[in-house]
Design a protein around this ligand. Structure first.
Ligand code: BES
Ligand code: ZN
Length: 928
């Protein structure tokens, strides 16, 4: 039954009033109960719309010695309907001296608290009348949070061993309410004027530039920041620290500064230049100037996520921002550039135009992820970011092929559900369907459409259909000749009938993605679509239908042909008979393709004889599709393995890594079972397949970014797999490095391989550990940490990081280490035991529903393939309560993944064994 929200006036001294707060004494018994035992007059998690904030005056005083803070919030209100109740958010803070500043004078307000929904009710003894201006003032006090959200404590150790404390904010998604009382929903946009009280030894920064500093009695200083433009609460930020900064100005006159702890300020130059370049790029691309006079980027020593886009003050993990030209790797450079591009893209997508509610989180996260690639492609062509986009679509498909997936736009209400939206579906699927639409509409039309969208909805909130309308308008009439011309390359699309919303609703409102089956018979190409789902319950695939922008090319024409498949089945006619067809050209579409009949065989022949007839992306796409089709029984494992044979001639990064991505998990499953013989045969096959490519790798830092990333990947794999030439070389280099007491500068891209080999001996491990403790280079530290988790030493060496987190290793790095240990054949049980034993501490620290927790849950368990392990996993997660996470989606994902692994092993192990035996026979014969 749909119950109307109850905004009741129940307290005798306060008279009833009209509008949204209709008294309904009859329902009083169902009302929530406030902390003081009185009924709480609002029973919804979402705030009522009777009142909205216009302006916040915030004064915040953190005490970095006592680790708490006090503050005063004065909020100007806009009353939309007469009411005498104000409902707003506050979480875990003491509230006092609450006043109403009305045109008639100042009056105290009665306060009720309902912690379960993080809500306060402020009750007035007179009606606040629609259209009149009111203010409320609240004083508050709380501890600095010990987690990574709200107004939280961070600390770091200097090279002389001194521990320094600072305080920083992370409000997205629902944590502004833990720092000050506020209307903590993205649609309640307001202006903020912030003042921070601090000691003279610290500095304070916030969203806006500082306008003045006032000396307070007692020697404290109060920094006053300029008033922000209209924005959501989750974007407010302030930091009190002893950071230093470096600055530059963009071509458009925006002052960019990068802040870091003093001893790391010499690692900020790269980020500063990147931010200047990328902000200028967005200014031009969006055709809307960046809205603030400055943008600061701050590297925070304790940070849970990767980065956060607070307006005018984005915050980052140190590894996400700090770059040392001599010690950071090619993938570090790529990662830092991408993360900055992402957070700066949000300054428009998210900050200027914000989703109405978290159900449409993808409107900012999908876009920011997508813009990482668009902006780097143009501003940093040398990084060849295009080589990596595909990986996002593969990642998205992995979760989206489970029945526990969810539509891109999904209803959510409570903070845990909101946190869960920050997943591969919102980010990666979001980016991939945008990429598909861009490819379909043409880049030019797409760009015009998104600029229209940003301009039309600046300072407002949107839902997905606003975006589709803006893009439909472009594809209608109001576009320049360029777009019309480009669209005229789309022969099978009737432009006037192009309904972007109808197409895109099929991708955002239903979960999963289609599998398109293609069967060529002469000139006829039969097409059909169904949902790709990794489950044995066929009923779950019924009722799904997508509008699929198909693309294809054939053996006789590499011109991209297009066809919008709207129905379950359809037929295409080719101008002539062909040897092969390749659909989903360059994988610009978010769907899989099954080549039925002789289709896969013709593709295997093509790859074996002339693989460069297809692009690297197409090859990666085929590898992905063929192995994924094995999982659902559409293709036999032998066929996929036959296709994989061509990889011995592959050199393109995405195809190589996708080859690894499909083959390595097979032996990872076996490592967690007792089947060493087959496991070793499989390992041998993969090493053989890539031996030529590994042998060709130089042990230097030369080459393009993709070549360098590929090199470090291959050498790491080769060393881990004990490939003798690699181990010998890495051992030599490690010993040299160790003999120089770590001063020898190794080529950066090979250090991971070298450290992994070094960490195999107790002395090497200890040496790495000592260097890890004292290093100030974040990327070097991160490689050492990973290498230490990969060791096979049995004497608890790699237990140590788990046991000592918070001391030697920062707690923020713990989840990554747990996952890494779980991939180690000698460590996976330990990681699983650790996760179970520390569950309550972990969810308290990292929060229920966070991607940190989900990632740990799915990654620690996704290589199990036995019923015993499934039972064990079920028994642990089954024992959780709602408060301790039983409702989390990642638990369902985990069950489904293990079930899928069990099915895969049951079906395919004999086939794999037979194929590998046959192959080794063949190879042995060829050798004779
Ligand atoms: N808005 C997010 C930060 C965030 C993540 C807030 C989860 C609340 C919950 C930010 O823009 C973001 O997406 N950060 C990414 C890094 C990015 C490069 C993909 C992250 O933290 O993983
Ligand atoms: Zn983001």
């Amino acid at each position: 039954m749909l119950v109307a929200p109850v905004l009741l006036l129940l307290l005798v001294p306060f008279p009833p009033s009209s509008g949204a707060q209709l008294p309904n004494q009859g329902q009083a018994k169902d009302l929530p109960i406030a902390t003081n035992g009185q009924p709480f007059p609002w029973d919804r998690m979402r705030l009522p719309k009777t009142i909205s904030p216009l302006h916040y005056d915030l004064t915040i005083h953190p005490n970095l010695t006592t680790l708490d803070f006090t503050g005063v919030a004065r909020i100007e209100l806009d009353v939309h309907e007469d009411t005498s109740i104000i409902i707003l958010h506050a979480k875990q803070m003491q509230i006092s001296n609450v006043l109403l500043l009305a045109p008639e004078g100042i009056r105290p307000l009665h306060v009720l608290e309902y912690p379960h929904f993080h809500q306060l009710a402020l009750l007035s003894d007179s009606v606040l009348t629609k259209g009149r201006k009111y203010e409320v003032q609240l004083e508050f006090a709380a501890n600095l949070s010990d987690s990574y959200h709200g107004f939280y404590k961070s600390s770091y150790r200097t090279s002389s061993g001194e521990v320094r404390v600072m305080a920083s904010t992370q409000f997205e998604a629902t944590f502004a309410r833990a720092a000050f009382p506020c209307f903590d929903e993205p649609a309640f946009k307001a202006n903020f004027t912030i003042r921070i009280i601090r000691e003279p030894r610290h500095i304070a920064i916030s969203n806006m530039p500082k306008v003045k500093t006032v000396e307070l009695p007692g020697g404290l200083l109060e920094d006053h920041f300029d008033t922000t433009i209209k924005m959501s609460t989750y974007l407010v930020a302030y930091i009190v620290s002893d950071f230093l900064s470096v600055s530059k100005t963009t071509q458009h006159g925006v002052k960019i500064s990068v802040y870091a702890v003093p001893e790391k300020i010499n690692q900020t130059a790269y980020a500063l230049d990147a931010a200047v370049k990328l902000l200028d790029f967005y200014d031009n691309y969006y055709d809307i100037p960046y809205q603030l006079p400055k943008h600061d980027l701050a590297a925070i020593p304790d940070f849970q996520a990767g980065a956060m886009e607070n307006w005018g003050l984005s915050t980052y993990r140190e590894t996400g921002l700090l770059f040392d030209p001599d010690r950071s790797s090619a993938s570090d450079k790529l990662g830092i550039t991408k993360v900055i591009a992402h957070e700066l893209a949000h300054q428009w997508f998210g900050n200027l135009v914000t989703m109405e509610w978290w159900n449409d989180l993808w409107l900012k996260e999908g876009f920011a992820k997508f813009m990482e690639y668009i902006s780097l492609d143009i501003s940093y062509p040398e990084l060849h970011v295009d080589d990596f986009f595909l990986g996002k679509c593969f990642d998205a498909m992995e979760v989206d092929s489970l029945s526990s997936s969810h539509p891109v736009s999904t209803p959510v209400e409570n903070p845990m559900q909101i946190q869960e939206m920050f997943d591969d579906v919102s980010y990666d699927k979001g980016a991939c369907i945008l990429n598909m639409l861009r490819d379909f509409l043409t880049p030019e039309a797409f760009e015009i459409g998104i600029i229209q969208y940003l301009k039309r909805y600046s300072y407002q909130n949107t839902v997905s259909s606003h975006l589709w309308e803006s893009l439909t308008n472009v594809s209608d009439v109001s576009v320049g000749t360029v777009v019309i011309l480009c669209l005229s390359f789309v022969p099978l699309i009737n432009r006037s009938a192009l309904d972007v919303r109808a197409i895109m609703d099929t991708w955002t409102l239903q979960e999963g993605f289609p599998l398109v089956t293609v069967e060529v018979r002469g000139r006829e190409v039969r097409l059909s679509q169904e949902r790709y789902l990794k489950t044995d319950d066929p009923s779950l695939t019924e009722g799904f239908l997508w509008q699929i922008p198909l693309t294809y090319m054939t053996s006789t024409s590499n011109t991209i042909q297009r066809f919008l498949l709207k129905t379950k089945t359809d037929i295409l006619y080719l101008p002539e008979e062909v040897d092969w067809v390749k659909f989903n050209v360059d994988m610009s579409g978010y769907y899989m393709v099954h080549y039925a009949g002789e289709g896969w065989n013709s593709i295997i022949r093509l790859l074996q004889h002339n693989h460069t007839a297809l692009s690297g992306n197409d090859r990666a796409n085929l590898i992905h599709n063929v192995f994924q089709l094995v999982s659902i029984g559409k293709v036999r494992l032998d066929t996929a393995l036959e296709l994989s044979l061509y990889l011995s001639r592959e050199t393109e990064i995405m195809a190589v890594t996708q080859g690894f991505g499909e083959l390595v998990p097979l032996y990872k499953l076996m490592e967690k079972r007792d089947m060493a013989a087959l496991e070793n045969q499989m390992k041998g096959y993969i090493v053989d397949l890539f031996r030529g490519l590994i042998d060709r790798q130089e042990w230097t830092d030369s080459g393009s970014v993709s070549e360098r990333v590929l090199r470090s990947y291959l050498l790491l794999f080769a060393c881990v797999r004990n490939y003798a030439p690699c181990v010998t070389k890495a051992t030599q280099l490690f010993n040299k490095w160790k003999d120089s007491d770590g001063t020898l500068s190794l080529p950066v891209d090979i250090t991971m391989a070298v450290f992994v080999i070094g960490a195999r001996t107790p002395e090497g491990w200890d040496f790495l550990f000592e260097k890890y403790r004292h290093s100030m280079q974040m990327s070097v530290k991160s490689r050492m940490k990973t290498a230490m988790t990969v060791t096979s030493l049995q004497d608890k060496k790699w237990l140590f990081p788990l046991a000592s987190y918070g001391e030697v290793m920062k707690t923020q790095d713990l989840p990554g280490v747990v996952v890494s240990v779980s991939k180690n054949p000698h460590g996976y049980k330990l990681a699983w035991d650790f996760l179970r034993a520390n569950w309550h501490t972990l969810i308290k620290k990292f929060d229920l529903g966070s991607s940190t927790i989900s990632h740990m849950v799915t990654q620690v368990t996704n290589q199990y393939s036995t019923r015993e392990m499934l039972d064990e996993v079920r028994s642990f997660f089954g024992s959780l309560t709602e408060e301790t996470g039983s409702e989390m989606r990642c638990i369902q994902q985990t069950y489904e993944t293990i079930e899928d692994n069990i099915r895969w092993m049951d079906t395919n192990l004999p086939l794999l064994q037979a194929w590998l035996n046959k192959r080794s026979h063949k190879v042995a014969h060829e050798d004779l």
